[in-house]
Design a protein around this ligand. Structure first.
Ligand code: BJW
Length: 245
């Protein structure tokens, strides 16, 4: 592992353009639950009951209850060593970060040039899409008021500002993420690599000639595709990479 880390660290230092794609595993040690795996959210909750537009249409109160519970939980979490290393890289030249995470911990760690593919749990938007742009409800540590369930422009129902299964991502985010695939090194960190279109980005980066690396606790579908797969905790591996392996 030491020599694999040294190789990856050397590639990163030599890279003019570094792209990092992150998933829930990066925030796990901060206390934000992942989706899949032993303690993942999908062990106790069914995505089709909570993370689709059909679920919200059927029972908005239930879906809001789940999102408010998650907001309260995330409000108690702080960025960890993995977020801090990524923020350090992003403050250098040529580094871009794409995240599937909705917790905004990358922003709180100081990451620049971030593409948030699945939105932010701290934003709400109009369910009827009346034209009101998404608004922030950063209620860290405070329970949201009941009024947070309505659109400030039309008074209609508000919904969480995240991307649910079956929904299209913001086209400008997809364009930005694809542009990030033009890079020298592409790191995919703490994602199960099964949710599209995010899961396709490492393939695209490799197709365009990037040196590709996966950092995850365990093998994923991306492991067979990347040049180097490192199995371990992102919060341990990334600080080692920053220090040269
Ligand atoms: C550690 C660690 C540590 C732990 N250190 N590692 C092509 C093929 C097949 C299907 C599709 C396709 N294109 C689109 C689809 C449908 C669908 C999809 O991908 N389904 C798959 C499940 C098969 N995609 C969509 O619907 C997307 N929309 C779309 O593409 O629109 C066009 C379209 C629609 C329909 C058909 C075709 C085209 C939208 C996807 C939206 C995903 N939304 C969610 C919820 C967000 C809101 C919320 O938070 O509530 O996003 S689902 C959930 O999964 C969340 C995550 O961002 C996403 C990815 O999860 P992630 O980050 O990978 O987490 P985990 O838990 O899965 O994995 C954590 C990993 O970390 C594990 O591997 C651990 O080992 C590791 N780990 N601790 C390092 N310390």
């Amino acid at each position: 592992m030491t020599s694999a880390l040294a190789t990856v660290a050397a590639r990163i230092s030599a890279a003019a353009r570094l792209t990092i794609l992150t998933g829930a595993g990066v925030s796990a040690v901060s206390g934000v639950p992942t989706f899949r795996g032993r303690e993942g959210l999908w062990r106790n909750f069914r995505p089709e009951d909570l993370a689709t537009a059909a679920a919200f249409q059927r029972d908005p109160a239930l879906v809001w209850e789940w999102y408010r519970w998650r907001r309260e939980r995330i409000a108690r979490c702080d960025p960890n060593a993995a977020h801090r290393v990524i923020a350090t890289w992003s403050n250098g030249d040529g580094c871009r970060v794409i995240t599937q995470n909705v917790d905004d911990l990358h922003i709180r760690a100081g990451t620049r040039d971030l593409v948030r593919l699945h939105g932010s749990i701290w934003e709400s938007k109009c369910w009827r899409a009346c034209g009101q742009p998404p608004w922030r409800e950063d209620t860290r540590g405070v329970s949201p008021s009941p009024a947070s369930g309505t659109c400030p422009a039309c008074g209609g129902l508000a919904r969480p500002g995240v991307v649910w299964f079956g929904e299209s991502l913001d086209p400008s985010d997809v364009v930005s993420a694809l542009a990030c695939c033009d890079c020298d090194v592409f790191l995919t960190v703490g994602t199960s690599a099964i949710v599209h279109p995010a899961a396709g980005l490492v393939h695209e980066a490799r197709r365009r000639g990037a040196f590709t690396v996966e950092i995850n606790l365990e093998p994923t579908p991306a492991s067979a595709v990347v040049d180097v797969a490192v199995h371990g905790r992102a919060e341990d591996i990334l600080p080692r990479l920053l220090q040269g392996g």
